[in-house]
Design a protein around this ligand. Structure first.
Ligand code: HEC
Length: 126
């Protein structure tokens, strides 16, 4: 019984860390457009792009974003809007699976993710 309690407590502890720490490290911008983008990002894109679920480039992963940025921002918008298909289904569903988002909301979420990772790189430089 006591062991079970320990397990439950450590799970709660882990859950607590996961919910808080990375989120508070995410940059917040004064730009109202980027704030809107952040709202969408937090609600939808974060699920996969915070830590990089199922091959998604994580918001902190500067190398992954540098590589993807080479094709240009328009290409990234397009992928986010139309999704990315693989042989076995969607790698990323269109609009991150939230069809009710407007195109503009999705684009702003992309803008937020790119601005945030730029900021994170700058902070990491000595
Ligand atoms: C269900 C998980 C999931 C969600 C939710 C999700 N993505 Fe993704 N995203 C992925 C994966 C996986 C990839 C990598 C796909 C690949 O390259 O095969 C990706 C790649 C991307 C890329 C790079 C595209 C490219 O052409 O290189 C952008 C930009 C992106 N996502 C934006 C978003 C935005 C904006 C949202 C929220 C509206 C979002 N994603 C929500 C899983 C997700």
């Amino acid at each position: 019984m006591q062991r079970l309690l320990v397990v439950v407590l450590s799970l709660l502890f882990l859950a607590g860390c996961e919910g808080k720490a990375p989120q508070s490290e995410l940059p917040i911008f004064d730009d109202p457009q980027l704030s809107l983008g952040m709202n969408t990002w937090m609600q939808v894109c974060r699920n996969c792009h915070l830590t990089g679920v199922a091959g998604a480039p994580a918001i902190h992963d500067a190398n992954a974003w540098q590589a993807r940025m080479k094709s240009g921002r328009e290409k990234l918008y397009k992928s986010a809007l139309n999704g990315i298909a693989t042989d076995s289904g969607w790698s990323m569903p269109p609009k991150g699976g939230m069809q009710q988002l407007s195109d503009q909301q999705v684009k702003l979420a992309v803008d937020y993710m790119l601005a945030a990772q730029q900021q994170l790189i700058t902070e990491q430089r000595p």
